[in-house]
Design a protein around this ligand. Structure first.
Ligand SMILES: Nc1ncnc2c1ncn2[C@@H]1O[C@H](COP(=O)(O)OP(=O)(O)OP(=O)(O)O)[C@@H](O)[C@H]1O
Length: 279
């Protein structure tokens, strides 16, 4: 069953008149992961930002984004704000900028749960610690009491996934969640996403230039090029029998590269990962 439907979405920069996304249509299946791949600048991020309603004012769109029976594009900011975070959450590429550098992680997690879930301070603390524990931190309380700069990029990314795990939104959008990480942390974050999918049956929209990551997580895939969806289908079909020449090119060049790299890491590097690095 589809949980979100995008129909004939056109996104225009009204300052320049440029059409950035052209007639994009796709649907997101409940409890599944939709991977969005494509070259840089093809319109992946701007599309998911339009779903959340966080593009700047000069970015205008036409078409439909149907969620819970409503076309979000017709709704006012109040309604869209009530969807953001609680029903559709976004995990960003750079976890460091997502957290306030001068506040401890625990305080920021707590505030999120107090605001979005109307939890008490005590409840919010328990939720935070439970979320961190599920993200495989050796010492969740120590992470809770840390400032962002005291944690690695991978750990911060796992804190963001922990927040999503607690909020249990209907959809989590992850925009290049592994790009800023080193390879060991990338593998760890992918594993946490797998866990999130299996544990809570979350619906995931995953943007990644790393086809290996998409292959591991996605059930369905759309391929974007120059603002258009050039291919759309089950992940196995898209990766094994790519139809569009651009997808064939992506699979030939990027997937093999990504997989041989990941395999070499899994065979050699994974045991080097030391959880005692958790503060
Ligand atoms: N706020 C904005 N104002 C004007 N143009 C924008 C804005 N954000 C993105 N664009 C333009 O829209 C196009 C698509 O950008 P988008 O960020 O969606 O690409 P992408 O496919 O996510 O690429 P990447 O993999 O590099 O993140 C680009 O040409 C970009 O310059």
């Amino acid at each position: 069953m589809s949980i979100l439907k995008v129909k004939n979405l056109n996104i225009v920069d009204i300052k320049t008149g440029r059409v950035i996304v052209k007639n994009a249509s796709f649907s997101v299946q409940e409890h599944a992961c939709l991977g969005i791949v494509g070259e840089s600048g093809s319109g992946k991020s701007i599309t998911v930002r339009e779903i959340l309603g966080v593009n700047p004012r000069w970015i205008q769109s036409a078409g439909e984004i149907i969620f819970e029976g409503r076309n979000l594009l017709d709704e006012n900011e109040k309604l869209r704000k009530s969807v953001r975070g609680k029903k559709i959450s976004m995990i960003l590429q750079d976890a460091m900028t997502a957290f306030n550098p001068i506040e401890k992680i625990g305080l920021q997690m707590r505030q999120t749960f107090m605001q979005l879930l109307k939890a008490s301070k005590k409840e919010a603390e328990q939720m935070s610690l439970a979320g961190l524990k599920k993200m495989n931190f050796a010492d969740p309380r120590k992470v809770y009491k840390s400032y962002p700069h005291e944690l690695s990029g991978g750990m911060l990314q796992r804190c963001m996934i922990a927040i999503a795990l607690v909020l249990q939104p209907s959809i989590i959008i992850a925009d290049e969640p592994t790009t800023a990480l080193d390879s060991i942390n990338q593998l760890e974050v992918v594993k946490q996403f797998q866990y999130l999918k299996e544990l809570s049956g979350t619906t995931l929209i995953l943007i990644s230039h790393d086809l290996g990551v998409v292959q591991r997580l996605a059930d369905n895939v759309i391929v974007m090029k120059d603002g258009e969806i050039v291919e759309d289908g089950a992940a196995a079909a898209v990766f094994n029998e790519p139809k569009h020449p651009y997808t064939q090119y992506l699979v030939e060049t990027r997937l093999q590269l990504s997989n041989s790299y990941t395999n070499s890491l899994q065979n050699g590097g994974e045991q080097e990962h030391d959880y005692s690095r958790a503060p």
